[in-house]
Write a protein that binds this ligand. Structure first.
Ligand SMILES: [Zn+2]
Length: 228
């Protein structure tokens, strides 16, 4: 049990004011509080250290591979026309486009962004790198379906691509293990993988991309502000 939960339970057990609490109970509460604080701090410190290591080496996925795959899925009719945003391939059934703005969530419960989206030293980075512990859950950033779950995208290791509407996809790379398969429906916050360091990666982190019509956009413009 975490310290925070222990403290919450103790609050429930003892709803009365401080005056009514026994010395032993107060001491127990203090211990719970300290434990909760220590747990948060140590996790944060650990992630900061990992992020510092990752910062030195930026991971490199093959953007061409992702775009190529999305185009292939598009032309095969698996997804709606991602290039034009109009028309549908054969066998593709149109569905209602949902406005996911504001419904997106970060793909990890906690972590530190070690590399931002954008250009650095002449190289493009199509997503955010978020450092966290090996094996923690990687979660779907919004409701969607699994377009791809495998290891065939150069540099990305074990990767999941989700489709959220006709034009919007998200990608989660370098996972240790994948928990979903192609065609699965997923809900926002559902676990889709275990975080890892597969592919071109120098430490445990998730490389997270959001694409509109195949083109990468800065996830920070879509996600809720500054959780990491
Ligand atoms: Zn990255």
């Amino acid at each position: 049990m975490t310290g925070a939960r222990l403290a919450a339970m103790l609050m429930l057990l003892s709803p009365s004011a401080d005056a009514g609490k026994s010395k032993a109970l107060k001491e127990l509460e203090q211990v719970a509080e300290q434990t909760a604080r220590r747990t948060v701090e140590s996790e944060f410190d650990r992630y900061v250290k990992q992020a510092a290591v990752l910062k030195k080496h930026r991971d490199s996925g093959g953007d061409a591979d992702v775009r190529g795959m999305l185009q292939l899925l598009d032309s095969a009719g698996v997804i709606g026309s991602i290039q034009s945003g109009r028309g549908f391939g054969q066998g593709f059934r149109p569905f209602k486009v949902r406005n996911y703005k504001g419904l997106w969530r970060w793909p990890l419960r906690a972590g530190i962004v070690s590399s931002e989206y954008g250009r650095r030293w002449g190289r493009r980075h199509d997503g955010l790198d978020i450092a966290a512990d090996e094996g923690v859950p990687v979660m779907a950033a919004a409701d969607g379906t699994v377009l791809y779950a495998g290891d065939k995208l150069r540099g990305y290791g074990n990767v999941v691509i989700l489709r959220h509407d006709q034009k919007t996809t998200s990608l989660y790379a370098h996972n240790r293990r994948l928990m979903v398969k192609e065609g699965d429906s997923v809900r926002a916050g559902q676990q889709i993988a275990l975080l890892g360091s597969t592919g071109h990666s120098t430490g445990p982190h998730v490389h997270f991309e959001i694409r509109k019509a195949g083109k990468a956009v800065n996830p920070r413009t879509i996600l809720v502000k500054s959780r990491f």
